[in-house]
Design a protein around this ligand. Sequence first.
Ligand code: FPP
Length: 245
Amino acid sequence: MSTSESEWRQKIDPDRIPGHVAMIMDGNGRWAKERGLPRSAGHRQGVETVRQIVRFSSELGIKVLTLFAFSTENWRRPAWEINFLMSLPEQYLHSELPELVKKNVRVKLIGDPARLPEPVRRAIDKGLRDTGGNTGMTLNFALNYGSRMEIVQAAQAMVEADRQGKLRGPVNEALFTSYLYTAGLPDPDLLIRTSGEYRLSNFLLWQLAYTELWFTDVYWPDFNPVHLLQAVYDFQQRERRFGKV
Ligand code: FPP
């Protein structure tokens, strides 16, 4: 552990670790460009960051970690980059699944799996199966995820349930939430976005209603446990009122 890491660890209250942390992992392309490397090199280094941050988050006691890995808008990228991005979850799970199982981490997916290539779906299904009984941190991958699509699909499913006379009670926030991909998960306490962009980019729009937002200029491939500790420290200094005085 680096000095800086142990110093930051001492500053944070271990009893008030944010339960659910969501991350927009941005800046892989710019990280690569600054080094004269192809964008793929940035994504590859981004996967290394994912490995490190997943390990660290689970040790820190974060209960749910949601990572935005591929958005419904990312299909607009060139075919080679889509293919490259699509190969990453598979590679990651292939090498990390044994450790995730050992560390009691449970893998989950949010997003529409329908358009994901077959090998990705298979790798994810195996991840879901092999970690389904785990009770430690939930590692939630947002893949082919878009928040507006999620909300529209929830509304469609409710209309359909109503048509079939199967709607379970009045339409309220709790019922609506139960139709989202994130059903059963708590809302994020903390959202982190890297690379100096201040946008939500169609990520968890419903779920982030009361979330604390934290932005850093650091590109995702350079993001490390010290940055996460800094974000948690800032989170712990804030007063969350949820609309109350
Ligand atoms: C945004 O950077 C990043 C993405 C679109 C992909 C994020 C994916 C990873 C970090 C790897 C995922 C790993 C696993 C295991 C699923 P950008 O390409 O938009 O960067 P730029 O804005 O600098 O061009």
